[in-house]
Structure formats: C-alpha cells, structure tokens
Design a protein around this ligand. Structure first.
Ligand code: OXD
Length: 310
C-alpha cells in the first residue's frame, strides 16, 4: 500500500466508529489506521487533540487534518516544522454556529430567560417591547464561521458589526479591522459574540478593559475558547451591571468544575462546548477532496498559517 493512501487517525474513543465509517466511505481506496495502531510511513493524518506520541510515531507526516474548528491545541504540540496543518473549513459547523448564536441573541433580546424565571414563580408579567436597533451585535472574528454568522444575522435585518484583523467586506455588516478600529467596533456593539481563533494575541481579549468599552448592559456570547475570557472580569462586570448576562459554550476548564460560580449565576447560561459539532460525513468528504488536491499538486483548502496561529 503506498504511504500516500494511508491516513493515520487519532480521535476520542466515543467518536472512533463514526470517524472510521465516514472516512472509509469518503476514501474507499485508502487505509485508515486508528491510533494506537500506527503506520509510520503515513503522510496524512486526521486528528482531534492528538498527543505527542501520535506525532512522534508518524515521522513522515506531511499533512495533518484537524478534526475540529480550532487548531490552538494542535499548535501547542512540538510539531515538525514542515508539517502542514489543514483545518475543517465548515464541515456543517457554520450553520450550527449560526443557530446557537441566533438563539442566544433572541433569548436575550426577547427576554425569554426572564419569562422562564417568572413561570417558575407562576408570574404573568409582560415586559416592554425592545427594539432591535438598540441591540447591535458585534461579531469578533470574521473567518469561515464568524463571517457566515455575521452575514446570516444581517440577512434577518439585525444591526451587525464585524471585526477582524484584516479588512473584510460582508453584505449588510458594518466591518472594522485591526487594532486601530477595535475600540470603535466595541463602542458600537451591545451584544458581543466571540468567534476568534485562540492565539497569543487573542488570549484574554474578553477582559474588563475591553468589555467596559461595549454599550452599557452588554451581553456576551462566547463560542470560541474559554481562554479568550478573563472569567473574574465577567463576574465583576455582571456585579456592576455593565454586562447584563452571558451565554458561554466554552470555559477555561472543560468540563466546567462543579463548584465554579458560573454554574449557578442567574445571568449566565452554560452549554458544554456544543455550539457547533463537527459532522463526520461532511468533514471526511472535505479531507478526501483535499487529499485529491494534494495528489494533483494543488494546495489543500483550509491550510493553516502556523505563524499566525489560524
Ligand atoms: C472546536 C470544535 O474547535 O469543537 O472547538 O471543533
């Protein structure tokens, strides 16, 4: 079997059967070798949070396909310098991400959480109508996921701002770029959605100094990484009222420890890192397509810039 037709696979035990099935279907002519079995000659690997031993056991890897959206955990490993990392560009995640964020935005602006609390007390009490124009949404990060989410929110007539490191143009979205426009972006947004990659520049970006620049009674939705948020700062700002609530799909420690104050905070909603789950079939098709591109000497789609970190 030529090594280019071998794909070394590393993924959590619970997902192994689904990945094996999806990859075997998308690449019927390839051999899929599931860790801890190894194929030292393999040039391709597909992995989610692999350990160092997996990388060491495959010294001829040229391309590693990350089986999730964020590559931060992967880039923390000591990787050979010439190993190319390829991310899943969408894999069915963008639409799920949009659903999650739209739900969080609707829940907050339409006060459904408050009505749930009232129901628990048998309280029939309508709140005043809120105008959408008072709730501009700021999407931090306009990559494959953030760009899609911003565009879909704007299609529904919501006021959407978007910030990214380099300038982007998205229909219906007021875009801001680079550090020079960061404060202006924050000051124009009341709901902040974090969809940034985690890099040394973005770690802790959701801190008191930045969150204080949002419009008062701000609302935070974090679907990126727990390490973007300075958790104590969020608790302080909820206390002062500058931030009125948060919906968090990611936390610094996952699973969130039992005694963490986020669990029982009345203005925080927690979900267990499920905002957008990789759909094996869609991702496997993408990997197969990219391997075919590489075989034809074309660059794969979704190549990560390791220096930049995404
Ligand atoms: C992620 C994922 O990168 O779940 O967080 O794919």
């Amino acid at each position: 079997m030529p090594s280019k037709n071998t794909l070394a696979l590393y993924c959590p035990e619970a997902d192994q059967q689904s990945w094996l099935q999806a990859l075997s279907k998308a690449m019927p002519d390839s051999e899929i070798v599931l860790w801890p079995q190894t194929s030292p000659e393999a040039q391709f690997a597909a992995a989610w949070m692999p350990n160092d031993a997996f990388i060491q056991a495959h010294p001829h890897l040229r391309y590693l396909f990350n089986l999730g959206a964020g590559v931060d955990a992967l880039l923390r490993l000591p990787l050979p310098e010439d190993l190319h990392i390829v991310r899943i560009e969408d894999g069915g995640m963008a639409e799920q991400m949009f659903e999650y964020i739209y739900y969080a935005v609707l829940r907050h602006v339409r006060q459904f959480g408050e009505y749930e609390k009232n129901q628990a007390q048998g309280l029939w009490q309508p709140f005043n109508h809120r105008s959408w124009s008072d709730y501009p949404i700021g999407v931090l990060g306009l990559g494959a996921l953030g760009g899609y989410v911003a565009c879909e929110l704007a299609k529904r007539g919501l006021a959407v701002n978007g910030w990214s490191q380099s300038p982007k143009k998205i229909d219906g979205v007021k875009t801001f770029a680079a550090q020079t426009q960061f404060d202006e972006f924050l000051a124009s947004s009341r709901i902040l959605v974090c969809l940034l990659p985690l890099t040394t520049q973005t770690q802790g970006i959701l801190n008191k100094r930045n969150l204080l620049k949002l419009m008062p009674q701000a609302y935070l939705i974090n679907v990126a990484r727990g390490a973007h948020l300075v958790e104590e700062d969020l608790l302080d700002l909820l206390e002062t009222g500058h931030v009125s609530g948060a919906m968090l799909d990611v936390t610094k420690l996952e699973p969130l420890p039992q005694h963490h104050p986020f669990w029982r905070h009345p203005s925080i909603n927690i979900t267990p890192h499920v905002s957008a789950q990789t759909i094996c079939e869609a991702a496997a098709t993408q990997i197969a397509h990219n391997i075919a591109r590489i075989t034809e000497n074309l660059s794969p789609l979704g190549l990560v810039n390791r220096q930049r970190g995404y």
